[in-house]
Design a protein around this ligand. Structure first.
Ligand SMILES: [Zn+2]
Ligand SMILES: [Zn+2]
Length: 306
């Protein structure tokens, strides 16, 4: 296996096969999130209850296995066969072959430079829950399962956003981004997910970026960072890539309480003297100086003080 840019053309996965794997993985995350955000209506039931957690665990486990393999496919499709020496394109395209297990997927990804870090332990635990869950009900207290699902979801969102999508090409990447955006729509409802993710981000140094960090209009966390590469919320992943166009207007509406027409940046933002984009908004509060609002550019991150 090689990293991006050193791919042997014989080892490139046919686009249809690669995309189907990604799409299946995203479908499983979508269903897991639906279960985790399930509300029982008027029934006096816990929300979500044991049944929802059961399906959430099973779907997250499937999502993780498939998305790890989807990444392996992008690196070198022969590696998803249990025995790569026996890999053939015919078998790959028919889908009839013995594929490698999760442990092998992780080992092979690591060998190619893709590290999944602390998620490995969580995925082991999730896999260990699978059988007892299918036959005997919840294998651990709900609080433990809730924490585990939040942690695995944190890993999967980052893995798709930061590792898999950048490796996909053209339309495949666009479609995966679309699926991720739909998943992300639901995430602010998942308090455990937000807590796990924000704790991790703070541990990884989000605080160092405070001069460029503002409240995200979507998930409402102090996690929207605007740097030289543009904006992006480290918590919910919104406003990255091409989703950032409406950011000044969204911030004005959601955080400053200034209503604009949808996407109408012109009433709220002026041209930034540094980058020239119409994205400079007055009265923005950055995490580093919460008592003194300032002008802030949502395109390049410059403020009055810099
Ligand atoms: Zn956000
Ligand atoms: Zn700017």
């Amino acid at each position: 296996m090689g990293g991006a840019g050193t791919t042997n053309p014989d080892r490139q996965v046919p686009s249809g096969v690669g995309f189907t794997a990604v799409q299946n993985g995203m479908d499983y995350i979508t269903v897991a999130v639906q279960q985790l955000t399930w509300r029982p209506g008027r029934q006096r039931l816990p929300n979500p209850g044991p049944q929802q957690f059961k399906y959430a665990v099973l779907h997250l486990q499937a999502a993780a296995e498939i998305l790890l393999k989807a990444m392996l496919l992008q690196e070198d499709w022969t590696q998803i066969f249990r025995n790569p020496e026996e890999a053939t394109r015919e078998a790959l395209e028919s889908g009839v072959f013995q594929s490698c297990n999760r442990k092998d997927s992780i080992k092979r990804l690591k060998r190619g430079g893709v590290d999944i870090g602390r998620a490995e332990q969580d995925l082991d635990k999730l896999a260990a829950f699978r059988n007892p869950l299918q036959h005997f009900g919840l294998p651990a207290p709900i609080a433990e399962i809730r924490a585990l699902t939040a942690s695995v979801l944190d890993f999967l969102v980052s893995f798709v956003d930061e590792t898999l999508i950048p490796r996909l090409g053209g339309q495949d990447a666009g479609d995966a981004e679309f699926d991720l955006a739909n998943i992300v729509d639901k995430l602010p409802e998942l308090k455990e997910f937000i807590t796990v993710r924000m704790n991790r981000l703070q541990g990884e140094g989000l605080r160092k970026l405070e001069i460029r960090t503002v409240v995200c209009p979507f998930c409402k966390q102090w996690a929207l960072v605007v740097d030289n590469e543009g904006p992006g919320c480290l918590c919910c992943t919104r406003y990255k890539r091409n989703w950032g166009e409406n950011l000044p207007a969204d911030y004005a509406a959601s955080v400053l309480g200034v209503t604009t027409q949808f996407g109408e940046n012109s009433r709220i933002a002026v041209a930034c003297p540094r980058c020239g984009d119409r994205a400079l908004v007055p009265d923005v509060v950055v995490a580093a100086a919460r008592a003194t609002p300032r002008r802030f550019c949502f395109s390049c991150g410059s403020t009055d003080e810099t």
